[in-house]
Design a protein around this ligand. Sequence first.
Ligand SMILES: *Cc1c(COP(=O)(O)O)cnc(C)c1O
Length: 405
Amino acid sequence: MTDAEDHRSVVRRNAPDLGITRPLVTPIWPSVVYASDGPDALDAVYEGRAAGFSYAREGHPNAAALAAKLDWMENAEGGVVTGSGMAALSAILLSLLCEGDHVVGGAQLYGRSLRLLRRELPRLGYSISLADAADAGAIAAALRPETRMIVIETVSNPGLQVADIEAIASLARREEVLLVVDNTFTTPRAFRPLDAGADIVFHSVTKLLAGHSDATLGYVAARDPDLAQAIAEAVATWGFTPAPQDCWLAERGLNTFALRYDRAQDNAAELAAHLAGLPGVTRVLYPGLADHPHRARAARLFAGNFGTMLSFEVAGGRAAATALVAAAPHLPFAPTLGDVATTLSHPLSSSHRALRPAEQRALGLGEGFFRVSTGIEDIDLLKGEFTAAVAAAQAVATAGTQASG
Ligand SMILES: *Cc1c(COP(=O)(O)O)cnc(C)c1O
């Protein structure tokens, strides 16, 4: 065999013939391009008359496999997977808005979503107002004749306010404004926005759905097939495509999603009650606690699923907060959520650091404020670790009071 023939026989050889068997697990298809039989076949694929792929930015099997599962979970059709949660939101805004359109956003949206709305949209000729999503009256008051879209989250971070979704959905329908819901915190296990009247649902799949902090992905689905098509085109055109390996990891993560969610939610409920009883904890925010202002709304909307996120506060300022983190070496101090491990975040120094001090105060974010995303650990272990961490913070707070008093 010549070198040339040798090369030809090695390069671009297809996978082995699997015969009459098939893999149990979705394979990873890293291929960027897909060959076909000729121009007629390619026409058929592009025109949707035949199934197939052409170029990975336009779509690939791993994204399609993951999207089909997320569609099923969200009771959606034709959803698309994107390279991140922010890519999903970007695709929605870039595909459905025109210069001059106005958007009403929830005032407590995820930090980057807020930045996208407030800093990027005005540059593109869209205008934006923010209003409290827990109060449909505030959202209604922010509407203008040119309002095209309302963007809200089911549950806010880190205040854990529950959006008044039923009233906002009727408002959006009446005013013919598109309602876009970020369902990342709640997940389809607890709530399906499209069933509740939203026009579009999106996710950071990076969080609970993938669940292992090893894949950055988003997902978006629209009820109206024309909107879904426009969003899918934007994903391909602006280049918001996900990587096949990430899609594969998320698909594997979904196998255990329901189990992880239920366990993490049980842990959150028990940990919230535990923290509320600890000396040194000045407040606990969890929609399932009896004193939460939106408990009844959360119970109704989410069928009793109060979620996997909670926040709490200790006295003593930055020094106490630092002591709390230092005394909890097994609780990763990390600005993310939805991991299999319980994570601790400090909004003032991470997600909410860019806000003005008055805005931080309005959200009740002091130095002692922490947000917890519960994982699937043994609850007694978690309770013990939080007890020790809070005690360390309280020791610092008490010493500080005595020194200054
Ligand atoms: C993380 C997050 C996003 C952004 O998702 P990425 O995958 O990080 O781009 C959007 N909304 C919420 C609620 C999030 O938690």
